[in-house]
Design a binder for this molecule. Structure first.
Ligand code: PAF
Length: 284
């Protein structure tokens, strides 16, 4: 595996990379969910292509500075994971070099980010788009792979690629979960044992709402109440940041649950914010 830590070392890589190439952008603290993304990248490019990954804790996408400071950094195990997953190139730029000190251009999204995480984390998706577009420009991958746990992120990146004509194919991979249903996240490392034991209720809450769907119920509040009740019964202080039913394509709130819609939530355990989502519809 080749490790590149400076933007200046990228041109030789670009000239010699074996195509097709697939990028898995990450912020490190790699877990089995990232490993699944890297394996998907390998499936896409085949044994002759190249799997690229990046580790960069992007300051532009953190709206709260304590969250940026507390973001887990596990460099040594990340290196071992990337190596074990057959990564060809690991790009790990330094924050000071990645963005110039007088950096003044960002990418802005104005529709898909009105609700869900976009509403409660102002500027977050503009930061994500900016870093992802820059990584794509620097590494010039043919494909990039993202997890569906960050459903809104995936939708926003697809929209950016469409609207700005970025020459890349975007792939989404289903959420990888612990045996008890908790979606894998680097943030899970920051939960106390009591919070960790309680957190699978997020998944159970979403499943409880989905269970209503075969009845043909169309009222959003019925689904939302079912999920909310589960989360509010938390014994470890879970609080809901948002819980919303949105159209899967536009990510705007729905008045009726008719076609498959997305039920998405963000839940705080202390200052640790976990997200998850499920597709539900009124038809069985
Ligand atoms: O999903 C993430 O880990 C980040 O938002 C990403 C896509 C690596 C951009 O920093």
């Amino acid at each position: 595996m080749q490790l590149i830590e400076s933007l200046h070392d990228l041109p030789p890589h670009r000239a010699s990379a074996k195509h097709p190439t697939a990028l898995v952008p990450t912020m490190g603290a790699l877990h089995s969910g990232h490993a699944a993304l890297l394996r998907e990248a390998r499936n896409i490019v085949g044994p002759e292509g190249s799997v690229l990954t990046s580790i960069f804790v992007n300051p532009l996408q953190f709206d709260r500075s304590p969250d940026l400071q507390a973001y887990p950094r596990t460099w040594k195990t990340d290196l071992a994971t990337a190596e074990a997953e057959g990564v060809d190139l690991l790009f790990a730029p330094k924050a000071g070099e990645f963005y110039a000190t007088d950096h003044s251009i960002t990418v802005a999204e104005s529709l898909l980010t009105k609700h869900l995480c976009g509403a409660t984390r102002p500027g977050h998706f503009d930061g994500v788009c900016t870093v992802v577009l820059k990584l794509i420009n620097l590494l010039q991958p043919d494909h990039a792979v993202f997890g569906k746990k960050d459903y809104q992120q995936l939708a926003v990146i697809r929209r950016m690629v469409r609207d700005l004509g970025v020459p890349i194919e975007i792939h989404g991979l289903d959420t990888v979960r612990e045996d008890d249903g908790l979606a894998l996240s680097s943030r899970n490392l920051r939960l106390t044992p009591e919070q960790r034991a309680d957190a699978p209720r997020i998944r159970r809450a979403l499943l409880a709402a989905k269970d209503i769907s075969p009845t043909g119920e169309q009222g959003p509040e019925v689904y939302l109440n079912a999920a909310r009740t589960h989360i509010e019964q938390s014994t470890a202080g879970a609080t809901i940041d948002y819980l919303q039913l949105v159209d899967r394509h536009t990510l705007q709130p729905v008045a009726k649950v008719t076609d498959p819609t997305l039920l998405a939530t963000a839940v705080f355990y202390g200052d640790v914010r976990l997200i998850d989502n499920i597709e539900i519809g009124s038809k069985p």
